[in-house]
Design a protein around this ligand. Sequence first.
Ligand SMILES: [Zn+2]
Length: 246
Amino acid sequence: MLTDLERLIRLQQLDDFAEQARRTITEHPVRVQALDDRLTAAREHVAAARQHATDSQAARRALEKELATVQGRLSKFKDQLMEVKTNREYQAMQKEIEVAQQEVRGIEDRILERMVEADELAAGIRQTEAAQAAAQKDVDRERRAMEDDVARLQSELARTTPQRQVILTEISAVALSIYQTVAPQRKGQAVAEAREGLCTACHVRLRPKVFNDILRNDAIIQCDSCQRILYSAAATSTTPNASPSA
Ligand SMILES: [Zn+2]
């Protein structure tokens, strides 16, 4: 293979890696923030569930207070019932007692509902606490993996950046100039593989003569359509006239 072509392929690999690595490193704080947001949400769910239970308990205590008041009134009526003189007074007192008893039953029902609700809310709290613990575990694991990833990319970048500098000095001025012209116009990709008669970057079909020349990998040949420098990865094992592989 033409040495310049080999260097261009390597340069493209290094640039692709550096681009991807820098993007991952740049996005790291955003991804950490997303993990923190997940933990915050899980904590808020626990707090909301606990608050719900606290509110329900307070409502139940208020009902119990109300019940005591009505029961007090009821026993006062019962005492008074012993002291009434007339039948009319007796009936009126009976009516008051009936109303109070109904009220007691109503309040007792509502207290019972709150007791059932308390069980459900306690189960809900346990559920949110379990979810929070699971989220914490996930986040810890993901954060460690991300930090390992960033550290690995940084050391890899430290290793490959000087390699790239060396290639830049070795590559011919003409070849480098093509690379540096095309790369910014093609989202950083100046070199592409040609395969089965196509440019794999822009998918345009190459003229047979051009494709055959590319298969030899002995010249800098650009795609007519996207201008990328083309090479063949299959060139060493395939001759131009070989039948297409299945
Ligand atoms: Zn192309």
